[in-house]
Design a protein around this ligand. Structure first.
Ligand SMILES: [Cu+2]
Length: 105
């Protein structure tokens, strides 16, 4: 997943599973996480990008960051990270290629 630095982006994640999951971005500071449509994750702070994924539901979060780099995200439900529920998101300079990939910018 790639997003542009300095632009407001919206990520939307659908959980097709009958089990609750979440998505916690590690080491990334965002401007705010207050517009998430899913239930907020317990323990999340305003500068953390975290989306709580209830069973068979879609959650979205709108955020902006100037922090360029590649960040790991994990599912914090016990055992899920070890089961492979991990990924990365790269924040880089704005480009026309990214423009086609970003929703809601
Ligand atoms: Cu999970």
């Amino acid at each position: 997943m790639n997003v542009p630095a300095g632009k407001t982006v919206r990520i939307s994640v659908t959980n097709h599973d009958a089990t609750e999951h979440d998505m916690l971005m590690q080491g990334l500071q965002i401007d705010k996480a207050g517009e998430a449509t899913g239930t907020r994750h317990a323990g999340a702070t305003l500068n953390m990008l975290v989306v709580r994924l209830m069973r068979t539901a879609t959650a979205a979060s709108r955020f902006c960051t100037d922090q360029k780099g590649t960040f790991s995200f994990i599912c914090t439900v016990p055992g899920h990270e070890d089961a492979g529920m991990v990924g990365t998101m790269t924040v880089s300079r704005w480009s026309p290629i990214l423009r086609r990939l970003v929703v809601g910018s």
